[in-house]
Design a protein around this ligand. Structure first.
Ligand SMILES: [Cu+2]
Length: 164
């Protein structure tokens, strides 16, 4: 009986922690950054995509102009689009505008942060530290949650560090 109670509590706690891990968010005076995450990478992978929801509650537009992380040598801001049935990815040197009162979703298949020169494979359930750099809000430290595979591996064949 006691063992079962302990098990139930353990399960409830792990569910709570899982929910907390999923709900992580970061705030500045104007921005809310919801759930920064990335995906597990296969062994030997050198790149990974970073995703998050960025909401601007302020009166003026801001701009995500850069990012960095402790797991990557280099980090860029990218956009993925479909052109003639082919997925194309390009760097956005001017970053991404976060309109006043608006919300921008960085998600697989669309806008994303690109981690290059990964120092080690990203393992499911782990977190790593990163920074998002905004034109107005400045540098915001965040943690990226590494989530399991699900959906298409949209970064397959994306090994070239430049000009993809
Ligand atoms: Cu990319």
């Amino acid at each position: 009986m006691r063992l079962i109670t302990a098990l139930v509590i353990a399960v409830m706690l792990s569910v709570t922690f899982a929910l907390l891990a999923h709900a992580h968010e970061y705030k500045t005076s104007s921005l809310r950054i919801g759930h920064p995450w990335t995906r597990v990478t296969p062994k030997g992978a050198a790149v990974a995509g970073g995703y998050a929801e960025i909401e601007n509650k302020g009166q003026t537009a801001d701009r995500l102009i850069g990012a960095s992380s402790e797991v990557s040598g280099r980090t860029e801001i990218h956009e993925m689009t479909m052109e003639g049935g082919i997925m194309k990815m390009r760097a956005l040197p001017n970053g991404i505008e976060i309109p006043a009162g608006g919300k921008v979703e960085l998600a697989p298949g669309g806008l994303h942060i690109m981690f290059f020169e990964l120092k080690a494979p990203l393992e499911e359930g782990k977190h790593f530290k990163g920074k998002l750099i905004f034109e107005k809000a400045g540098t915001v430290p965040v943690e990226f949650a590494v989530e399991g595979m699900g959906g298409p591996g949209e970064h397959t064949g994306h090994g070239a560090p430049k000009g993809h």
